[in-house]
Design a protein around this ligand. Structure first.
Ligand code: GLN
Length: 241
Protein backbone atom coordinates (compact mmCIF):
# COMPACT_ATOMS: atom_id res chain seq x y z
CA UNK A 1 0.00 0.00 0.00
CA UNK A 2 1.18 3.48 -0.84
CA UNK A 3 3.25 4.67 2.06
CA UNK A 4 4.30 8.20 1.12
CA UNK A 5 7.96 8.66 0.31
CA UNK A 6 7.65 12.41 -0.27
CA UNK A 7 8.99 13.53 3.08
CA UNK A 8 11.47 16.33 2.43
CA UNK A 9 14.79 16.61 4.19
CA UNK A 10 13.93 15.05 7.53
CA UNK A 11 16.80 16.73 9.29
CA UNK A 12 17.47 19.49 11.77
CA UNK A 13 14.59 21.80 12.73
CA UNK A 14 12.43 20.72 9.86
CA UNK A 15 11.97 17.29 11.38
CA UNK A 16 10.85 18.85 14.67
CA UNK A 17 8.07 20.72 12.88
CA UNK A 18 6.81 17.78 10.93
CA UNK A 19 3.25 16.79 11.72
CA UNK A 20 2.96 13.56 13.68
CA UNK A 21 2.86 10.60 11.36
CA UNK A 22 -0.58 9.30 10.53
CA UNK A 23 -0.71 5.69 11.60
CA UNK A 24 -2.14 3.36 8.96
CA UNK A 25 -4.80 2.04 11.34
CA UNK A 26 -6.44 5.47 11.38
CA UNK A 27 -6.89 5.61 7.64
CA UNK A 28 -10.28 4.78 6.31
CA UNK A 29 -10.79 1.43 4.66
CA UNK A 30 -13.45 -1.22 4.71
CA UNK A 31 -12.26 -2.66 8.00
CA UNK A 32 -11.67 0.62 9.76
CA UNK A 33 -14.92 2.36 9.01
CA UNK A 34 -16.57 1.65 12.33
CA UNK A 35 -15.38 1.63 15.87
CA UNK A 36 -11.94 2.28 17.15
CA UNK A 37 -8.69 2.16 15.27
CA UNK A 38 -7.12 -1.25 15.07
CA UNK A 39 -4.45 -0.44 17.60
CA UNK A 40 -7.03 0.14 20.30
CA UNK A 41 -8.66 -3.24 20.55
CA UNK A 42 -7.09 -6.03 22.51
CA UNK A 43 -8.25 -9.63 22.18
CA UNK A 44 -7.45 -12.14 24.91
CA UNK A 45 -6.73 -15.79 24.25
CA UNK A 46 -7.62 -18.02 27.17
CA UNK A 47 -4.31 -19.68 27.99
CA UNK A 48 -4.99 -22.25 30.69
CA UNK A 49 -4.56 -25.23 28.34
CA UNK A 50 -4.71 -26.00 24.64
CA UNK A 51 -3.88 -24.54 21.25
CA UNK A 52 -3.16 -20.95 22.28
CA UNK A 53 -0.18 -19.82 20.20
CA UNK A 54 -1.70 -20.21 16.74
CA UNK A 55 -4.59 -17.95 17.71
CA UNK A 56 -2.13 -15.34 18.97
CA UNK A 57 -0.26 -15.51 15.64
CA UNK A 58 -3.50 -15.29 13.67
CA UNK A 59 -4.65 -12.22 15.58
CA UNK A 60 -1.24 -10.64 15.03
CA UNK A 61 -1.54 -11.35 11.31
CA UNK A 62 -4.86 -9.55 11.39
CA UNK A 63 -3.13 -6.55 13.00
CA UNK A 64 -4.80 -6.92 16.40
CA UNK A 65 -3.04 -6.88 19.74
CA UNK A 66 -3.61 -10.02 21.77
CA UNK A 67 -2.73 -11.15 25.26
CA UNK A 68 -2.76 -14.51 26.96
CA UNK A 69 -5.44 -14.68 29.65
CA UNK A 70 -4.59 -16.90 32.60
CA UNK A 71 -6.14 -15.03 35.50
CA UNK A 72 -9.51 -13.37 35.92
CA UNK A 73 -8.05 -9.85 36.34
CA UNK A 74 -6.47 -10.10 32.89
CA UNK A 75 -9.96 -10.06 31.39
CA UNK A 76 -10.21 -6.39 32.38
CA UNK A 77 -7.66 -5.60 29.68
CA UNK A 78 -9.49 -7.22 26.76
CA UNK A 79 -12.35 -6.29 24.44
CA UNK A 80 -12.92 -9.84 23.19
CA UNK A 81 -11.84 -13.37 24.08
CA UNK A 82 -10.85 -16.48 22.14
CA UNK A 83 -11.32 -19.83 23.88
CA UNK A 84 -9.08 -22.22 21.96
CA UNK A 85 -9.19 -25.95 21.33
CA UNK A 86 -7.85 -28.33 23.95
CA UNK A 87 -9.54 -30.69 26.34
CA UNK A 88 -12.84 -29.28 27.50
CA UNK A 89 -12.96 -31.13 30.83
CA UNK A 90 -9.52 -29.77 31.76
CA UNK A 91 -10.16 -26.23 30.55
CA UNK A 92 -13.55 -26.19 32.30
CA UNK A 93 -12.01 -27.28 35.61
CA UNK A 94 -9.15 -24.80 35.39
CA UNK A 95 -11.49 -21.95 34.52
CA UNK A 96 -13.51 -22.71 37.63
CA UNK A 97 -10.41 -23.08 39.81
CA UNK A 98 -9.09 -19.65 38.80
CA UNK A 99 -12.45 -17.89 38.94
CA UNK A 100 -12.22 -17.23 35.21
CA UNK A 101 -15.61 -18.75 34.48
CA UNK A 102 -17.62 -16.26 36.56
CA UNK A 103 -15.80 -13.30 35.13
CA UNK A 104 -16.09 -14.55 31.54
CA UNK A 105 -19.83 -15.08 32.03
CA UNK A 106 -20.21 -11.60 33.51
CA UNK A 107 -18.29 -9.97 30.64
CA UNK A 108 -20.14 -12.01 28.01
CA UNK A 109 -23.50 -10.96 29.45
CA UNK A 110 -22.30 -7.36 29.27
CA UNK A 111 -21.64 -7.87 25.54
CA UNK A 112 -18.00 -8.93 25.24
CA UNK A 113 -17.59 -11.07 22.10
CA UNK A 114 -16.20 -14.59 22.51
CA UNK A 115 -14.93 -16.94 19.82
CA UNK A 116 -14.93 -20.53 21.05
CA UNK A 117 -13.14 -23.04 18.82
CA UNK A 118 -13.69 -26.76 19.37
CA UNK A 119 -13.25 -27.04 23.16
CA UNK A 120 -14.29 -23.38 23.24
CA UNK A 121 -17.52 -24.27 21.45
CA UNK A 122 -18.16 -27.08 23.95
CA UNK A 123 -17.66 -24.71 26.87
CA UNK A 124 -19.95 -22.06 25.40
CA UNK A 125 -22.86 -24.50 25.08
CA UNK A 126 -25.65 -24.72 27.66
CA UNK A 127 -25.82 -28.47 27.30
CA UNK A 128 -23.12 -31.08 26.64
CA UNK A 129 -24.71 -34.39 25.73
CA UNK A 130 -24.09 -37.01 28.40
CA UNK A 131 -21.84 -34.80 30.51
CA UNK A 132 -22.13 -32.61 33.59
CA UNK A 133 -18.63 -31.17 33.18
CA UNK A 134 -17.93 -27.51 33.93
CA UNK A 135 -18.97 -25.08 31.23
CA UNK A 136 -19.90 -21.46 30.65
CA UNK A 137 -23.35 -22.37 29.34
CA UNK A 138 -23.83 -19.14 27.42
CA UNK A 139 -25.22 -20.38 24.10
CA UNK A 140 -28.60 -21.98 23.76
CA UNK A 141 -27.62 -25.26 22.16
CA UNK A 142 -26.46 -28.78 22.91
CA UNK A 143 -23.08 -30.08 21.76
CA UNK A 144 -21.95 -33.62 21.14
CA UNK A 145 -18.28 -34.07 21.97
CA UNK A 146 -15.99 -36.11 19.69
CA UNK A 147 -19.06 -36.28 17.54
CA UNK A 148 -17.60 -37.40 14.23
CA UNK A 149 -16.56 -40.76 15.60
CA UNK A 150 -13.21 -42.46 16.04
CA UNK A 151 -12.44 -43.38 12.45
CA UNK A 152 -12.63 -39.79 11.30
CA UNK A 153 -11.58 -38.06 14.48
CA UNK A 154 -9.40 -35.68 12.46
CA UNK A 155 -10.18 -34.51 8.94
CA UNK A 156 -10.40 -31.46 6.72
CA UNK A 157 -13.36 -30.27 4.71
CA UNK A 158 -14.39 -27.29 2.62
CA UNK A 159 -17.21 -25.33 4.20
CA UNK A 160 -19.48 -22.76 2.64
CA UNK A 161 -19.78 -19.87 5.06
CA UNK A 162 -22.10 -17.15 3.76
CA UNK A 163 -21.01 -14.49 6.26
CA UNK A 164 -17.43 -14.55 4.95
CA UNK A 165 -18.35 -15.22 1.32
CA UNK A 166 -16.54 -17.40 -1.24
CA UNK A 167 -14.27 -19.29 -1.59
CA UNK A 168 -15.13 -22.10 0.86
CA UNK A 169 -13.28 -22.14 4.18
CA UNK A 170 -11.03 -25.13 4.82
CA UNK A 171 -12.23 -26.54 8.13
CA UNK A 172 -9.68 -28.51 10.17
CA UNK A 173 -11.60 -30.83 12.49
CA UNK A 174 -9.75 -32.48 15.39
CA UNK A 175 -11.89 -34.69 17.60
CA UNK A 176 -14.48 -32.06 16.95
CA UNK A 177 -17.94 -31.52 18.35
CA UNK A 178 -21.05 -30.50 16.45
CA UNK A 179 -24.22 -28.85 17.63
CA UNK A 180 -27.72 -30.24 17.98
CA UNK A 181 -30.91 -28.83 19.50
CA UNK A 182 -30.04 -25.31 18.49
CA UNK A 183 -32.45 -22.65 19.72
CA UNK A 184 -34.10 -20.53 17.01
CA UNK A 185 -32.30 -17.39 18.14
CA UNK A 186 -28.93 -19.00 17.38
CA UNK A 187 -27.80 -18.47 13.79
CA UNK A 188 -26.33 -21.46 11.97
CA UNK A 189 -23.44 -20.10 9.87
CA UNK A 190 -22.03 -23.35 8.46
CA UNK A 191 -22.69 -27.04 8.24
CA UNK A 192 -20.57 -29.98 7.24
CA UNK A 193 -23.10 -32.20 5.51
CA UNK A 194 -26.04 -31.86 7.84
CA UNK A 195 -23.89 -31.28 10.95
CA UNK A 196 -23.87 -27.80 12.45
CA UNK A 197 -20.28 -26.60 12.85
CA UNK A 198 -20.35 -22.78 13.02
CA UNK A 199 -22.90 -20.76 14.97
CA UNK A 200 -23.50 -17.29 16.31
CA UNK A 201 -25.71 -16.08 19.10
CA UNK A 202 -25.33 -12.31 19.43
CA UNK A 203 -21.81 -11.64 20.73
CA UNK A 204 -20.88 -15.32 20.82
CA UNK A 205 -19.33 -17.29 17.97
CA UNK A 206 -18.83 -21.04 18.21
CA UNK A 207 -16.73 -23.00 15.77
CA UNK A 208 -16.32 -26.79 15.80
CA UNK A 209 -13.15 -26.66 13.69
CA UNK A 210 -9.77 -24.92 14.04
CA UNK A 211 -9.60 -21.75 11.92
CA UNK A 212 -6.22 -20.88 13.49
CA UNK A 213 -4.62 -23.91 11.78
CA UNK A 214 -5.10 -22.56 8.26
CA UNK A 215 -3.64 -19.53 6.49
CA UNK A 216 -7.13 -18.18 6.00
CA UNK A 217 -7.81 -15.26 8.32
CA UNK A 218 -11.49 -14.80 7.45
CA UNK A 219 -13.09 -16.37 10.53
CA UNK A 220 -10.80 -14.38 12.81
CA UNK A 221 -11.50 -11.22 10.81
CA UNK A 222 -15.23 -11.83 11.13
CA UNK A 223 -14.77 -12.17 14.89
CA UNK A 224 -12.56 -9.08 15.04
CA UNK A 225 -15.40 -7.21 13.31
CA UNK A 226 -17.75 -8.33 16.09
CA UNK A 227 -15.26 -7.10 18.70
CA UNK A 228 -14.74 -3.78 16.95
CA UNK A 229 -18.48 -3.18 16.75
CA UNK A 230 -18.90 -4.01 20.44
CA UNK A 231 -16.48 -1.31 21.53
CA UNK A 232 -17.93 2.15 22.08
CA UNK A 233 -16.93 4.51 19.27
CA UNK A 234 -15.52 7.09 21.66
CA UNK A 235 -11.74 6.93 21.92
CA UNK A 236 -11.63 4.67 24.91
CA UNK A 237 -9.07 1.99 25.55
CA UNK A 238 -10.79 0.75 28.67
CA UNK A 239 -13.07 -2.18 27.85
CA UNK A 240 -15.08 -1.62 31.03
CA UNK A 241 -16.05 2.01 30.21
N1 GLN B 1 -12.50 -33.50 21.96
C1 GLN B 1 -12.05 -32.37 22.72
C2 GLN B 1 -12.95 -32.10 23.92
O1 GLN B 1 -13.91 -32.75 24.11
C3 GLN B 1 -12.00 -31.12 21.87
C4 GLN B 1 -10.92 -31.26 20.84
C5 GLN B 1 -10.37 -29.96 20.34
O2 GLN B 1 -10.52 -28.92 21.00
N2 GLN B 1 -9.68 -30.02 19.24
O3 GLN B 1 -12.68 -31.20 24.65
Amino acid sequence: MGVSTKIKSPSGDASQKRKPEIRPAFRTGPRQRRGNPKSEIVIGVLAVQGAVEKHILMLERCGVRSIRVRFAEELDAVHGLVIPGGESTTVGKLMARYGLDKKIIERARAGMPILGTCTGMILLAKKIAGSEQHRLGLMDLTVLRNAFGRQVDSFEADLDVDVIGPPPFRGVFIRAPYAVDVNRKVEVLARYGDKIVLLREGNLLACAFHPELTDDTRIHEYFIGMVRRSVPTKRSSNPRD
